[in-house]
Design a protein around this ligand. Structure first.
Ligand SMILES: Cc1cc2nc3c(=O)[nH]c(=O)nc-3n(C[C@H](O)[C@H](O)[C@H](O)COP(=O)(O)OP(=O)(O)OC[C@H]3O[C@@H](n4cnc5c(N)ncnc54)[C@H](O)[C@@H]3O)c2cc1C
Length: 532
C-alpha cells in the first residue's frame, strides 16, 4: 500500500491534520489571547489553481526516467516550512518553483544530475524532507545568473545498508526518513536515538546538513556526535571519510560537511553511531513558581554531571498554551533513560537540585511521568503542534519560534532583553499586544538553549512585513546580547544577515574558498550560508 502524498501546503501527508477538537482547543486559546470571537480567514488556493511559470529547461533522455516537471512535484519542492513559506504558499505565490525535480536512486544518478544541471546553467538544491525553517530549500533562480532551478530529492536513498553490531554503528542512506530509519534498526535492538520534532518528515541527510538537534536535552542529542563517517557527492567528485571512533588528524573532514547545508555537496550516506534501545526510564514533572527558579535548578542539574534525557522547562505562558499548567507555574519536564542501568539514583539527585530552588514534583500514577500529567500533555502538544500552522496562518495569526544559546552568566538578562524587544516589535508591527514565551530545549553545563515562541494577530495583506519586522527585532536583540542566531534550526537564507554578523570574516573567506574548490560553478544552494 502506498502512503498518501506529502502536502504541498501544510505539515505531513494529505489527509492528515488536527482533529476538530484539537483545532477548537488551539483556536480557543488564540481567541482568548486576542479577545476575538472569530478571525478573518482566507482560503488557501488548490494545487490545480496555482500558476507556475513554464519549465525553463528539460532533462536529457538519459535522466528522464527519474526527473519530472509535473505541477505537484514542482509545487511540493518550492518551499520549506517556515512562517514566510506558509504565507507565500497560502497566497499562491509559487514564482520560485523549481523547473525540474529529480529523484535519483543512487550516487551515479546524483552525479549525472549535477553534470547536466551544471551544463544547463541551473542551480541545484539538495532536498531531504523539506522541513527547513530558514529558507534552505527554496530555489531562487533569477533566469540570468542561474538560468533554471533543479531540485534533487533524495527520498529513494532510503535504506540502512549495513549494521555493525560490534562497533554499534550503521551505514545509512541520506534520504531515509526518521520513522523508516528507526524501523530498519529496530530488529537489531539498536536506535539512532535522534528525534527532532520534525522526525517523521525529515531525513538523515537533512539532519547532518543542518546540524540538527534531537529531542533529548543533554549529552548525545546532536546529530554531529553520531556521525562516524560520510560520503558526499560534489561537482568535483566523491569525498569519503574514514570510519573512526575518534581522530586527532587535523581539522575534521566530517565537520566540514556537517552543517554545510548543501552548499559543498550532496551527502549520500553516512556511518552513524547507534545506541541500545532504552530499558530503564524515570520521569517526573516539577512545578516552580518562576521560570528563573526553574532555570537555576536546570543549571544545578547540568553542572552536577547528571545528563538527563529531558530537562525542558516551560515558562508559565508556554505551559498554559499547551494545556500543561494553569499559567501560574513554570514546569520542568525531567527524565532519565538508559539501555543499561536503572536511573533512580540520578533522578533522586536531580530532584534534590530542584528542591534547592523550590521545585515541587507532581505526583505520578504510573511512576513514569513521561506520558502523564503536565509532561504527558506537553509531549502530546509538542507532537501535534506542527499541524496548527496550516489553519492559523489563514486566520491571520502570526506564530513562530526562534532558538538560540547563551552562557549561564548572561542568561537572565539575555532572556529579559530578547523577550522585551520581541514584545515591543509585535506591538509596533501589529498595533496589538502579542505574547512571547520561552522554554529550554537543550541544556549544557555552561549554558542553556532558550527557545522562544511568539504570537501576534496580523493583518491580511501585511503578514509578511509584520512577521519580518518582528523577526528582525528579535534577531537583532539576540545577536547584540551575545547569543547565536540559531542553535539547531540552521542558517539557510533567512538567518544570513545575523549569521554574517556572528561568524568571523576570515572564516567566511575560508568557507568560500572550500566552496570554490568543491563547487566551482557555485551551483549548489546559492545564497545559503555564504555568497559564493
Ligand atoms: C515542525 C518542525 C519541527 C522541527 N523541529 C526541529 C528539531 O527538533 N530539531 C532540529 O534540529 N530542527 C528542527 N526543525 C528544522 C528541520 O526539521 C531540520 O533542519 C532538519 O534537519 C531538516 O531535515 P530535512 O531532511 O527536512 O532537510 P531539508 O529541509 O530538505 O533540507 C535542509 C537543508 O539541508 C540541505 N540538505 C538536505 N539533504 C541534504 C543532503 N543529503 N546533502 C546535502 N544537503 C542536504 C538542503 O539543501 C537544505 O539546505 C523542525 C522543522 C519543522 C517544520
Amino acid at each position: 500500500m502506498t502512503s498518501p502524498r506529502l502536502k504541498t501546503y501544510g505539515w505531513g501527508r494529505e489527509g492528515e491534520g488536527m482533529s476538530a477538537e484539537e483545532r477548537k482547543f488551539v483556536l480557543g486559546r488564540y481567541r482568548a489571547k486576542f479577545a476575538r470571537d472569530a478571525f478573518d480567514t482566507i482560503t488557501v488556493p488548490r494545487l490545480e489553481d496555482l500558476s507556475l511559470h513554464a519549465p525553463r529547461v528539460a532533462p536529457p533522455a538519459s535522466l528522464a526516467a527519474f526527473c519530472t516537471s509535473e505541477r505537484y512535484d514542482r509545487a511540493a519542492h518550492t518551499y520549506g516550512k517556515s512562517y514566510p513559506d506558509y504565507v507565500r504558499g497560502m497566497l499562491g505565490d509559487y514564482d520560485c518553483a523549481p523547473d525540474v525535480v529529480a529523484y535519483p536512486r543512487n550516487e551515479a544518478e546524483i552525479s549525472a544530475v549535477m553534470d547536466w544541471a551544471g551544463s544547463a546553467g541551473a542551480l541545484l538544491t539538495p532536498f531531504g524532507g523539506g522541513s527547513s525553517v530558514c529558507g534552505g530549500v527554496e530555489p531562487r533562480a533569477d533566469g540570468v545568473r542561474y538560468k533554471a532551478a533543479v531540485t534533487l530529492d533524495l527520498r529513494h536513498l532510503d535504506k540502512v545498508v549495513e549494521v555493525d553490531a560490534t562497533s554499534r554503528a550503521a551505514l545509512i542512506e541520506a534520504g531515509t526518513y526518521g520513522p523508516s530509519l528507526e524501523n530498519q534498526l529496530k530488529p537489531h535492538g539498536l536506535t539512532l536515538r535522534h528525534f527532532p520534532q520534525s522526525f517523521e518528515y525529515s531525513t538523515l541527510g537533512g539532519w547532518i546538513a543542518t546540524r540538527s538537534g534531537g529531542h533529548f536535552a543533554s549529552l548525545y542529542t546532536h546529530i554531529d556526535d553520531f556521525v562516524e563517517s560520510l560520503r558526499v557527492v560534489t561537482p568535483r567528485g566523491i569525498v569519503e571519510t574514514r570510519r573512526l571512533p575518534g581522530s586527532g588528524a587535523g581539522p575534521s573532514p566530517d565537520r566540514l560537511f556537517i552543517g554545510s547545508e548543501g552548499i559543498l555537496g550532496v551527502i549520500s550516506r553516512a556511518w552513524m553511531r547507534l545506541q541500545p534501545r532504552p530499558k530503564y526510564r524515570a520521569g517526573v514533572s516539577v512545578r516552580f513558581s518562576t521560570f528563573f527558579d526553574a532555570a537555576r535548578a536546570v543549571r544545578a542539574i547540568a553542572q552536577a554531571g547528571l545528563y538527563p534525557s529531558n530537562c525542558r522547562i516551560l515558562d508559565p505562558s508556554e505551559a498554559f498554551n499547551t494545556g500543561a499548567a494553569d499559567g501560574n507555574a513554570a514546569i520542568m519536564v525531567l527524565a532519565f533513560e538508559s539501555g543499561d542501568h536503572p536511573q533512580d539514583a540520578w533522578m533522586a539527585r536531580a530532584l534534590e537540585c530542584c528542591g534547592d530552588h523550590r521545585g515541587t514534583p507532581e505526583p505520578t500514577k504510573t511512576g513514569d511521568a513521561h506520558l502523564e500529567g503536565a509532561a504527558g500533555i506537553w509531549r502530546n502538544a509538542f507532537i501535534r503542534m506542527p499541524y496548527a500552522r496550516e489553519f492559523l496562518n489563514p486566520a491571520g495569526i502570526i506564530t513562530d519560534t526562534f532558538e538560540t544559546a547563551i552562557t549561564w552568566d548572561r542568561f537572565e538578562g539575555f532572556h529579559d532583553t530578547v523577550k522585551a524587544a520581541t514584545e515591543r516589535a509585535i506591538l509596533e508591527a501589529t498595533g496589538l499586544k502579542g505574547e512571547v514565551t520561552c522554554r529550554f530545549t537543550h541544556v549544557y553545563p555552561d549554558g542553556p538553549a532558550p527557545y522562544f515562541s511568539f504570537h501576534a494577530l496580523g493583518r491580511h495583506g501585511a503578514l509578511l512585513q509584520q512577521w519580518q519586522a518582528i523577526k528582525n527585532a528579535a534577531s537583532d536583540a539576540l545577536i547584540a546580547a551575545g547569543g547565536t542566531i540559531t542553535h539547531h534550526h540552521a542558517v539557510g537564507r533567512d538567518h544570513r544577515p545575523w549569521y554574517d554578523r556572528q561568524r568571523p570574516e576570515l572564516f567566511a573567506a575560508a568557507l568560500r574558498a572550500a566552496k570554490r574548490e568543491l563547487d566551482p560553478q557555485a551551483m549548489l544552494n546559492p545564497g545559503v550560508l555564504i555568497d559564493p
